[in-house]
Design a protein around this ligand. Structure first.
Ligand code: SAM
Ligand code: SF4
Ligand code: SF4
Length: 280
């Protein structure tokens, strides 16, 4: 059953983070909220007629979602249609004005997760390339004050730093942002083995939740394999041209079903063979 849909509202980005899995080979696009509205209306109708709960909508994949200047329109759409909504942002473009505009949506179930990697100014700059630790911290405070939503602060750390400093940084961030949830995590590989130096090497070898329950739509409206594929590595088609705007049909497409079946049987799945989550 479909549980999460990533709508990449843009793949344009203002940072070049050292650890980012996006190698910028895709053309830059900005999704039109009018298209998103049609897709999400269709999805809601399909979920209702199949009697399944609405999936969560994730308004990001790669890129920086706040670079789409219609960002707030997307929030209105997911709110009006009743979707639980998650946004992941690098936080560099949050202003008081934007935080207040978000607050005015009065979204019934919105979480905004902000990346504040490294734990301090110097490490942040090493990881994210620019000196924005304090700017992003100020943006998080503005969200907490004005945005009427759940605020999450996510801090990625190199594995060695993570092992000795996780709790320290968690406490520090909690004191900076008392009303936010704080997650401190080690860098991970995503779908390329050893693509991030110092990342954790987990080898799950079992069915992957992303393949089973997610659908990814890139900013150019192609449908991708999963949220670990930031470069459009495996595309199945175009959501309008191949499935007439039905996220439900794209998710249930026989090509995807056969991958899920193969994974359940623990067989070889070519597009997941190099991924630490499956690796067969
Ligand atoms: C691709 S970004 C898109 C949203 C936004 N630009 C940001 O940086 O938060 C989504 C999340 O993926 C994380 N990310 C990107 N590449 C990663 C990697 N190789 N390992 C772990 N996390 C990664 C980012 O740190 C961020 O938390
Ligand atoms: S991690 Fe986010 S902010 Fe950094 S380069 Fe990738 S998409 Fe941009
Ligand atoms: S196992 Fe496949 S579907 Fe899951 S994260 Fe890896 S590449 Fe994506």
């Amino acid at each position: 059953m479909i549980k999460r849909v990533n709508l990449e509202i843009t793949n344009s980005c203002n940072l070049l983070c050292k650890h980012c899995a996006d190698d910028r080979r895709r053309e830059v696009h900005f999704m039109d909220p009018v298209v998103a509205k049609v897709l999400l209306e269709n999805l809601k109708a399909d979920c209702l007629s199949s009697n399944i709960p609405l999936p969560e909508v994730r308004l990001f994949l790669s890129g920086e979602p706040l670079r789409n200047n219609k960002f707030v329109n997307f929030l209105h759409i997911t709110n009006d249609l009743g979707y639980k909504t998650l946004v992941h942002t690098n936080g560099t473009l949050i202003s008081r004005r934007l935080a207040k505009k978000i607050g005015k949506v009065k979204h019934h179930n919105l979480t905004i997760s902000v990346s504040l990697d490294g734990g301090d100014e110097e490490t942040y700059k090493q990881m994210r390339g620019l000196d924005f630790f304090n700017k992003v911290s100020a943006g998080i405070v503005l969200l907490c004050e004005h945005a009427n939503c759940n605020v999450v602060v996510q801090c990625l750390l190199e594995k060695q730093v993570y092992l000795h400093a996780k709790e320290l940084i968690e406490r520090k961030y909690k004191s900076y942002f008392p009303s936010a949830k704080v997650y401190v995590r080690p860098l991970h590989n995503w779908n390329k083995k050893d693509s991030v130096e110092g990342s954790t090497k987990l080898s799950y070898g079992t069915v992957c939740d992303f393949l089973m329950h997610d659908l990814v739509i890139y900013s150019d409206l192609r449908v991708g394999l999963c949220c670990a594929c930031l470069n459009g590595e495996h595309c199945f088609g175009h959501i309008l041209q191949d499935w007439h705007g039905s996220i439900f049909d794209a998710y249930n497409d026989p090509n995807r079903d056969s991958l899920r079946e193969a994974m359940k049987q623990q067989s070889h799945v070519a597009c997941c063979a190099n991924c630490e989550r499956y690796g067969r």
